[in-house]
Design a protein around this ligand. Structure first.
Ligand code: OAD
Length: 258
């Protein structure tokens, strides 16, 4: 049997990352898997155990706010107990490296866990919102964590100012992405010299369209994923491996070249 020797990425990718003026990265749930945050579509993923139609759309929320608030409170608690992994750290270091040489870097994430920011990434666009923020559906006021206390006792959390229901600031099925975030992500994708797509299944649009748009505009596009994503065949390079292992190694190789 033929055994692959050497790293799972090409030297071309290393060289391009070392020279790129504009680097954009799209991440999905896979980048947080090694921190212990479940993904959505893997065999042990959230959508295997829970039904999105009961938990992740506005009708479900209005039908059963305590169930939906409780599910997000649970996910928030999971995220608060875990730490960023070496994959998150490597992306923060890549940003610093690109900035050091006067380049531009944008990390576009579909994740709502805040782990990139905790790892030190600075330019982060959250396409699907954040578990760490909540707001009132009636007066749209941002709500502090203290106002979510009712959830712990199984009651619906309501706005202290107007009594409206409180929802997480995440994008649900059927909802538009935050417009400014999407615009910024699209601009970075088409301006990028290198675009990395990390830990995403590539099935949820418009996020999954970003690597394709980057490629169409001339970027070199690579994905990091232990298995092929839905869009893998359209990309320039597919790096098979776990983000927490591949990315630190890739970064070392980029540094060594400079
Ligand atoms: P998915 O659960 O669809 O896909 C996770 C991807 O991560 C899969 O392709 C895995 O193979 C890969 N993966 C698993 N472990 C990995 C590791 N250690 N390193 C690298 N990759 C790994 O998650 P997303 O693509 O993020 O949307 O899902 C996209 C959106 O669908 C989510 O943002 C969420 C969900 O419904 C909303 O909630 C709006």
């Amino acid at each position: 049997m033929h055994q692959r020797v050497g790293p799972p990425y090409s030297q071309d990718l290393v060289r391009r990352l070392a020279e790129a003026e504009v680097v954009a990265v799209l991440t999905g749930a896979g980048v947080s898997a090694e921190s212990g945050v479940p993904t959505f579509r893997d065999p042990d993923g959230l959508w295997q155990k829970f039904r999105p139609e009961e938990l992740a759309n506005v009708d479900a929320f209005l039908r059963n706010p305590t169930l939906v608030q409780g599910w997000y409170a649970h996910r928030r608690a999971v995220v608060e107990e875990v730490a960023p992994n070496p994959g998150h750290a490597a992306l923060a270091e890549l940003e610093a490296l690109v900035h050091e040489r006067g380049g531009t870097f944008l990390l576009i994430t579909q994740n709502v866990d805040g782990l990139h920011q905790r790892a030190g990434s600075e330019h982060v666009v959250e396409l699907h919102g954040s578990l760490m923020r909540s707001y009132c559906v009636d007066c749209e006021r941002s709500v502090s964590r203290d106002e979510l206390a009712a959830i712990e006792s199984g009651e619906a959390a309501a706005c202290a100012a107007c009594g409206g229901l409180i929802r997480p600031d995440v994008v649900w099925f059927g909802e538009m992405l935050p417009e400014a975030a999407l615009r910024q992500a699209e601009a970075a994708a088409v301006a990028s010299d290198v675009f990395l797509s990390v830990g995403t299944s590539g099935v949820v649009f418009p996020a999954a369209g970003l690597p394709l748009a980057a490629g169409a505009a001339g970027a070199y596009v690579a994905e990091v994923n232990p298995v092929a994503s839905e869009i893998a065949r359209h990309l320039d390079e597919t790096v098979r491996g776990r983000a927490g292992e591949v990315l630190p190694d890739l970064l070392r190789a980029v540094r060594a070249l400079r």
